[in-house]
Design a protein around this ligand. Structure first.
Ligand SMILES: Nc1ncnc2c1ncn2[C@@H]1O[C@H](COP(=O)(O)OP(=O)(O)OP(=O)(O)O)[C@@H](O)[C@H]1O
Ligand SMILES: [Mg+2]
Length: 378
């Protein structure tokens, strides 16, 4: 460690001379003597002060103003004020105002002065050490907190992944059975039976797609599937057609209003799946006889589908967790609908807007990017 830099500042050269000579003789410190505060301040950038011993009464900048400036630039420096007996009161005030370690009365006692400086240096070393270990502690704590958050997240995702792939596997197995529906559809002579069988076949296709979706979800990989310019309203009409036979849908008034027929770059099956999910939620939130309104339109931001219900709406704590895998408030919900939908819309470079307030119903809007005619060759 380099020797402590001790500044001695007094307008009287006799004082600086005798003090610096005494300190050099008694200690290993590096002593720098100045007869003006300004000169001492000018030297400090090159030799940062460990200790500053300053006279109180000096022409120009007085000792307190000088030490205040030292304090501002070197918060850890040990400051001592040299005063005559008459200035004791001002010196005591400065101790609090500027943060001066001690005042030393003139004429000083060298032994006493040395003890005061040494104690100041010791205290300073302690403060510096404490500050360092405190900073260390705070950063450890931050680290620990981050690790904890990460762990909880990873744990939850891992659990979600395990459950989801288990589920997907099991459903996938059972789906093979639905192949019988195809056989029935193809062999029956009764149109009504064929129609019912077709409903089962269509449901099987959607389920198979959903199983793939869940597997993707569990893997956490963004799915890449082809998208092509398509009629958004047609996809919505198809989705509502699928829902026609749903028991809950049948008991609510689900209406579709096609205000415009925008083209959008889309994977039709996926978009249909999203509409099905959103209409399902809207229907499940509505009382029997309740109204669910689906609108296809286009505004300045591009094509959109709005699904609006007059159900109970969502409190902030539900809104905050919306889309979290397996988050559901329903007895028989799987809590995947919104999460999957959001992901599909993300993959379409669109976004899902949710407007919901308790008591005011819910509107979920699918927004897809506008399709720039010309860039896709139509
Ligand atoms: N239109 C809505 N009105 C009120 N609450 C809703 C609405 N849509 C979603 N929610 C709330 O968000 C939760 C999550 O919805 P999400 O569709 O992701 O899962 P789910 O409907 O519970 O189950 P599922 O996987 O069968 O869709 C719901 O349980 C419900 O609390
Ligand atoms: Mg749902």
């Amino acid at each position: 460690m380099s020797p402590a830099a001790v500044y001695v500042v007094d307008d009287d050269p006799l004082v600086t001379d005798s003090l610096s000579r005494a300190l050099e003789l008694e200690t290993e410190w590096r002593v720098l003597a100045f007869n003006q505060g300004a000169l001492a301040l000018a030297a400090m950038p090159d030799v940062p002060p460990d200790v500053v011993l300053s006279d109180f009464k000096m022409p120009g900048m007085d000792g307190i103003a000088f030490l205040a400036r030292v304090r501002a630039a070197h918060p850890d420096a040990v400051l001592l004020l040299l005063t005559g007996y008459a200035d004791k009161e001002s010196a005591i005030r400065a101790i609090n105002e500027v943060g001066i370690w001690q005042y030393v009365e003139k004429p000083w006692d060298l032994g006493d002065l040395l003890v005061k400086i040494r104690q100041g240096l010791e205290r300073r070393a302690l403060v510096v050490e404490l500050r360092a270990s405190n900073a260390e502690l705070v950063s450890r704590l931050d680290e620990l907190e981050r690790a904890h958050v990460e762990l909880v997240r990873a744990e939850r995702l891992a659990a979600v992944g395990r459950v989801a792939s288990g589920l997907a596997h099991e459903i996938g197995n059972q789906l093979a059975l639905v192949g019988y529906a195809e056989a029935i559809r193809d062999r029956t002579r009764e149109p009504e039976v064929a129609e019912f069988a077709e409903v089962i076949v269509a449901a099987q296709r959607r389920l198979a797609a959903l199983v793939e979706e869940i597997k993707d979800f569990a893997r956490g990989a963004a799915a890449h599937y082809p998208r092509e310019p398509g009629d958004l309203a047609a996809a919505v009409e198809e989705a509502l057609g699928i829902l026609r036979f749903d028991a809950e849908v049948k008991t609510r008034r689900v209406s579709l209003e096609v205000r415009s027929r925008p083209l959008a770059l889309l994977h039709r099956g996926k978009i249909e799946q999203v509409v099905v999910n959103l209409v399902h939620n809207a229907v499940q939130a509505s009382a029997p006889g309740g109204e669910v309104r689906v609108i296809v339109d286009e505004d300045a931001d591009g094509p959109l589908v709005s699904v609006r219900d007059h159900g109970p709406g969502m409190p902030p704590e539900v809104l905050a967790r919306l889309g979290e895998p397996f988050f559901t408030t329903k007895e028989r919900g799987s809590g995947l609908g919104i999460g999957i939908s959001r992901r599909v819309i993300d993959e379409h470079q669109g976004r899902l807007e949710v407007r919901s307030r308790p008591g005011e119903g819910t509107e979920v809007i699918i927004r897809l990017p506008p399709l720039h005619v010309g860039t896709v060759g139509i």
